[in-house]
Structures are given as C-alpha cells and as structure tokens.
Design a binder for this molecule. Structure first.
Ligand SMILES: Nc1ncnc2c1ncn2[C@@H]1O[C@H](COP(=O)(O)OP(=O)(O)O)[C@@H](O)[C@H]1O
Ligand SMILES: [Mg+2]
Length: 246
C-alpha cells in the first residue's frame, strides 16, 4: 500500500507556439488499499500523469510524493502493450526484472504466473502466446516485484472484449489478495466503474474535472443493475462536462 500526494502538478512539452500543456495544476491524494481509475479522452494527459508519477518524466512544476510507511514507495508499472523480451522465455521475462535470481524469487514468479493462469506456460516464448496471455505475463511480472503501488496505463485496451473482461476479474482478485494501491488509466468508463473505488475524471488540457466515489460491493458484474446505473451516472457526468465527443 502507498500514499500518493500530488500538488499543483504542471507538465509542458515543447516551447513557444509548439508548447503543449499536458498537466495543468493537478492535485490528487490517494491513500491505502484503493483502486483509483483516471478516466478521460485521448490526449488529456493520463499517460503523462503516470509517467511523472513513476519518474519517467520530470514535472515542469509541482510536487509528487509517493510513500509507504514513511519511506519512498516502490512502484510497479503495466503498460498498454506488455513489452516482453521475445528472446526470453515467459519465466525468464519475469525473473529478469529481479535483482536476485534466488530460489525464492523463482518461486514468487511462478506463484504470480499461476495467479494469471499461466503456470504451465513458463517455458514458452512470448511469440507463442496470444496477446491476452502476453498481457497476463506483463501483469504477473509487475505483481512479482511486489510493488507498494501499481500504475497501469490502459493495460486491456488492445485486447478483445472477452479477454479484457476475464483479465479485469483476475486483476480485481489480485488487487484484493495483495492489498495494493492501484492507479489505473483508462478511457473506458465501464471498465473504470467495474474496477474502482474512485474515478478521477480528466479533461483535455490535463485538468481534473471530477472525483467520483463508486460505492458498490465487489465483484461487480457489468450486467448487474447497480453497476449499469453507476456507469450511466458517470457517463452523464461526462456529458455534462462535455467530455463525450472525442
Ligand atoms: N513526449 C512528448 N512530447 C511532446 N508532447 C507530448 C509528449 N507526450 C505527450 N505529449 C502531449 O501531451 C498531451 C497529453 O498526452 P498523453 O499524456 O499521452 O495523453 P493520454 O494518455 O490521455 O492520451 C497530448 O497533447 C500529447 O500530444
Ligand atoms: Mg495514454
């Protein structure tokens, strides 16, 4: 678990007429075992936010603090595509990100591979797996480092609807079992409602427009009436904020 504190965060790319404001005075507090989704149209700064939070990009101004019990928190990152090394086996793709290659590390990697249903694919190469399986490997790899906080950038957006749905369930189970703090970026309102305690609504120009608590029990089936109503409510807010036409 981690505490994320973002204060007056501002990020620009380029200068002069080329200048793009990707994040504009973003303030955000996230604490404990929560699943927070950041939702907004394409180009509104979601990936930039994650990149600044994980230190891939430096902010132009503002402050980011991610802590766990008083020390810097250890982050994990799952990207839109799994970014596996094609010349390494599935198991080696997991083990490779760990400093120590001990028996315990191997065991842990095997355990997380099991949690995404790939215990028997460790010796396969990424090219021998479907896109959904490859993304599962990426998720298992991120969890195997046992981060305090997991940042996920549209991890299911390249997958077909059925695969995405089963991976959402797996992700939810892992979130619950491991008590991680998750910050999940998506442009899919239904996905956000299914997974999150809280939805942060982003708009073009990199500003936060709304911060919605989703107070429904888990697991959430999108076919359930309560979940469908919550999704409709969030979509209505999007319409009110004029965020739909993208
Ligand atoms: N490295 C970069 N250089 C220049 N502009 C960038 C860079 N990364 C993102 N941007 C711009 O910042 C804005 C936000 O992008 P991004 O964070 O990728 O949005 P999202 O993830 O919500 O689709 C966009 O206008 C994008 O073109
Ligand atoms: Mg993005």
């Amino acid at each position: 678990m981690a505490d994320i504190r973002v204060e007056h965060l501002h990020k620009e790319f380029g200068t002069g007429v080329e200048k793009v404001v990707a994040l504009d005075d973003v303030n955000l507090d996230v604490s404990g075992h929560v699943f927070v989704s950041v939702v907004g149209p394409s180009g509104c700064g979601k990936s930039t936010l994650l990149n600044v939070l994980t230190g891939i990009e430096n902010p132009t101004r503002g402050k980011v603090e991610i802590t766990h019990e008083g020390r810097d928190a250890f982050p994990g990152y799952v990207f839109q595509s799994p970014r596996l090394l094609p010349w390494r086996s599935v198991m080696d793709n997991l083990i490779f990100v760990h400093k120590d290659r001990s028996k315990e590390t191997r065991e842990r990697c095997r355990r997380y591979l099991g949690m995404v249903g790939l215990e028997d694919r460790g010796s396969k190469y990424p090219g021998e797996l479907s896109g959904g399986m490859q993304q599962r490997v990426g998720i298992a790899r991120a969890f195997s480092t046992e981060p305090d906080v997991l940042f996920m950038d549209e991890p299911f957006s390249h997958l077909d609807a059925i695969t995405a749905r089963s991976l959402r369930r797996e992700l939810h189970d892992m979130w619950k079992a491991t008590k991680k703090t998750v910050l999940f970026v998506t442009h899919d309102v239904g996905e956000a409602v299914e997974l999150s305690n809280r939805i942060v609504v982003f708009a073009k120009g990199g500003t936060i427009k709304d911060d919605i608590t989703v107070d429904l029990p888990f697991p959430r089936d999108p076919a359930d009436q309560d979940v469908a109503i919550a999704k409709a409510d969030v979509l209505r807010k999007f319409e009110e904020l004029d965020l739909i036409a993208t």
